[in-house]
Design a protein around this ligand. Structure first.
Ligand code: ATR
Length: 278
């Protein structure tokens, strides 16, 4: 999606995928810095490891305690730090890292654009309390959902997350377990269930039916139709997979590196073609 966007806007850059062992993350970042890269994306398990390696942390990375996007900055002769895109003639001698997190904004934008349900005042059932589930829960509380039910296989993790939300966002009603009443506005799957074809549903339909649920967002995007997405669509809910979350964390990163508005539709089409091998 980034290469399609670079081509679309005529940006002289390329996006490459490199497999780096976590033990060599610091050296990998150092190499990218020394080669005057514009930036880097990091994925699991590098997002947490990278935090102490950054020279500077953007508030997004500070807030979520994880870095998925690095922007390199060079120092001008006047001592000002600017993004590497601003150095077209002479390359700077001093280059530093700034860590960002675009995952939470990506999720929020996917919920707004693809699900299209007002989150403020919504009743949400969130499945999963791992890294992605925790970020989603904190984000939902922050944007003002009215009620949040948390479910996780390891319930201690859901309990710990509920306590964290209770202290950080006391106005959000948060509880662990299935909602008492039949209806929620939105169900979000932040577990890894659905990645494999024989995975069970991430919730127990005998305990909570999807009747009356307005929308289901599954963070899993491959396969495009998970058992949860299929079941949600059959139950009449708006069912959206996680491709938009991948897209929008990417459009934010693109804007950080290039300083230009991301060509969202070009990036979405490229992503769909690659991920679903269309
Ligand atoms: P991520 O960063 O993608 O959130 P993670 O932190 O490893 O990855 O979280 C994975 C989530 O999927 C967790 O909520 C996990 O439940 P546990 O906290 O109990 O491990 C959930 N998960 C993974 N495999 C599962 C399974 N077979 N059944 C139910 N939940 C599962």
């Amino acid at each position: 999606m980034h290469n399609a966007a670079f081509s679309e806007l005529g940006v002289n850059a390329r996006y490459l995928a490199c497999a780096v062992h976590p033990d060599h993350l610091a050296e990998g970042l150092e190499g990218a810095r020394r080669m005057n890269f514009l930036g880097v994306n990091l994925t699991v398990p590098h997002k947490l490891l990278a935090v102490p390696m950054m020279a500077e942390l953007h508030e997004s990375a500070e807030k979520w305690g994880a870095v998925n996007t690095v922007g390199f900055e060079g120092r001008t002769s006047g001592g000002e730090w600017l993004p590497m895109r601003d150095f077209t003639e002479e390359q700077p001698t001093d280059v530093r890292t700034r860590g960002y997190n675009t995952d939470a904004d990506g999720l929020l934008e996917a919920l707004e654009q693809d699900v299209g349900l007002p989150l403020q005042g919504a009743r949400v059932l969130l499945l999963g309390a791992g890294g992605a589930g925790r970020a989603a829960a904190l984000l939902l509380a922050e944007v003002g959902v009215a009620r949040l039910n948390l479910l996780n296989r390891t319930s201690a993790k859901a309990e710990a997350l509920a306590s964290e939300i209770a202290s950080r966002c006391p106005e959000t009603m948060v509880e662990v377990g299935y909602p008492q009443e039949e209806n929620v506005d939105l169900i979000i799957n932040a577990t890894s269930l659905g990645l494999r074809p024989d995975d069970p549903l991430p919730l127990d339909l005998a305990r909570f039916s999807l009747r009356g649920t307005k929308a289901v967002f599954d963070m899993v995007y491959r396969p495009a139709e998970t058992p949860l997405i299929k079941h949600a669509a059959e139950s009449g809910a708006r069912a959206v997979n996680g491709l938009g979350m991948l897209l929008f964390q990417g459009t934010r990163a693109f804007e950080i590196w290039t300083g230009r508005p991301a060509p969202v539709q070009v990036m979405r089409t490229a992503l769909e073609n690659e991920v679903y091998e269309l």
